[in-house]
Ligand binder design. Structure first.
Ligand code: PMP
Length: 440
């Protein structure tokens, strides 16, 4: 969870009356897990079971999940559960032995990528994937410099936290890192031009300080920056700029991958660009830890010469069984199409709400990843993080889960499982309408 999410959703002591069971569990958690963890919502939730788009608390109350994108094909999808159960009962070894599962998965996954992207390496988490991608990029380019957006989140390792500005003031950005403003289509006159110019300026600043640029990395939908989807194609200038400076483009598909946009399997495809490296994770195993880095062949030449890559759990037989089942379900249940049509339906519902609720300043997103920007003054486009927080907590009280993002924590982040139905979407729209009505 990044700073914006924690600012929006963190459990703030004393913010709400808590029942005894919740209060005691929070105290125990603090005592056992220490102070670094954060909870979501003013009244934190305790879940014991998940199924499809629903999460259940100990009393059996159902919550509509419009937020969790790890369990992207639905909580506890029976096909994934069965694939894991079967494989873990047969063999759970690693990539130091020959195994057909990892090969058939790599072949299938790479078939969803542009033909230039020829290899797939396995990790366990998105952070782990980005950490590896940076090592590869730095080995290939001989540079160190990194360009990211100013509220980006890419993960938790030492190297990756140094270019994850959304972690907040307590995490220092590396001296080799430059940030650029988010491609804010709500406020910018020409996103493509302004974003390209900002990336060019960041590259020039690195060079001025004697730092050779290695890479530009961005999330396919700029999730932590506030969900910026368009106009499609605006990334091309930034990608050209980093390549002209000898660096590479890493597409972080941890959030935007695996059909989330409804238009294509990968978020970068909306921009008509071919990445040098693609990182992925979260929905890849629908809850089972599996992540990876896909790469153009020439990118791996230098790294492969020097490194002997082994990741104990990355690409293990059980992980690839789970990941294969996820690909099966995306195809069998036609989930890209569902993300597209239900995403559109949700957007139309939010558009209708925006007509009567002036606090909705802007609607953005692609497929089943939507951002609703909350403002206090439409004419001035003034971010209103406090109202966004009230909406998120208000929906929680209506048994609907969403979250927030952006620098000012004022963008509702709506990212339901790809199996969301029209009926689920209507419930979300109606309950959002009710919360907005109550707040107005
Ligand atoms: N990149 C992006 C865009 C992410 O959203 C996240 C997780 N929120 C990560 C990387 C890190 O993934 P993980 O938590 O699996 O390490």
């Amino acid at each position: 969870m990044n700073t914006q999410e924690s600012m929006v959703n963190a459990f703030i002591e004393g913010a709400a009356e808590l029942d005894e069971a919740t209060a005691s569990m929070i105290a125990e958690r603090k005592a056992l897990l220490g102070p670094a963890y954060r909870l979501m919502y003013e009244r934190p939730l305790h879940f014991v079971r998940g199924e499809g788009v629903w999460l259940y608390d100990p009393e059996g109350n159902a919550y509509l999940d419009a937020y969790n994108n790890v369990t992207s094909i639905g909580h506890c999808h029976p096909k994934v559960v069965e694939a894991i159960r079967e494989q873990v009962g047969v063999l759970a070894t690693n990539t130091r032995y020959l195994h057909g599962g990892v090969l058939s998965y790599a072949r299938r996954l790479l078939a969803t990528m542009p033909s230039e992207v020829e290899h797939l390496m396995f990790t366990c988490t998105g952070s782990d994937a980005n950490d590896l991608a940076v090592r590869i990029a730095q080995a290939h380019t001989g540079g160190k410099g990194i360009v990211v957006t100013e509220t980006a989140y890419h993960g938790i390792t030492q190297a990756v936290s140094e270019f994850s500005p959304s972690l907040g003031e307590n995490v220092n950005l590396g001296v080799h890192v430059r940030t650029v403003p988010a491609p804010d289509s709500y406020r910018s006159g020409n996103v493509a031009e302004e974003f390209t110019a900002a990336v060019e300026a960041a590259i020039a600043d690195l060079q001025r300080h004697g730092i050779k640029p290695a890479l530009f990395i961005c999330d396919g939908l700029f999730a932590s920056d506030g969900v910026f989807d368009g106009p499609a194609g605006f990334l091309k200038g930034a990608v050209d700029a980093i390549r002209a400076a000898g660096g590479v483009y890493i597409a972080d598909e941890v959030q935007s991958g695996f059909g989330r946009t409804g238009e294509a399997m990968w978020g970068f495809q909306r921009h008509g660009v071919v990445p040098d490296l693609v990182t992925m994770g979260k929905p890849m195993g629908n809850g089972f830890p599996v992540a990876g880095v896909a790469a153009r062949a020439e990118l791996l030449a230098e790294f492969g010469k020097k490194a002997r890559y082994f990741n104990t759990f990355g690409g293990n037989a059980v992980a690839v069984a789970a990941a294969s089942a996820v690909l099966d379900v995306i195809e069998e249940e036609n989930l890209l199409e569902n993300a597209r049509t239900i995403g559109l339906h949700l957007r139309q519902g939010f558009e209708a709400l925006a007509r009567t609720h002036p606090c909705i300043g802007d609607l953005r997103g692609a497929g089943l990843f939507l951002g609703v920007e909350i403002v206090s003054d439409r004419a001035r486009k003034t971010p209103d993080g406090a109202t966004a927080t009230r909406i998120i907590n208000g929906l929680r009280d209506e048994n609907v889960l969403i979250s927030g993002c952006a620098k000012a924590a004022n963008v509702l982040k709506i990212r339901p499982p790809l199996v969301f139905s029209r009926e689920n979407a209507d419930e979300l729209i109606a309950k959002l309408g009710r919360v907005l009505q109550r707040l107005s």
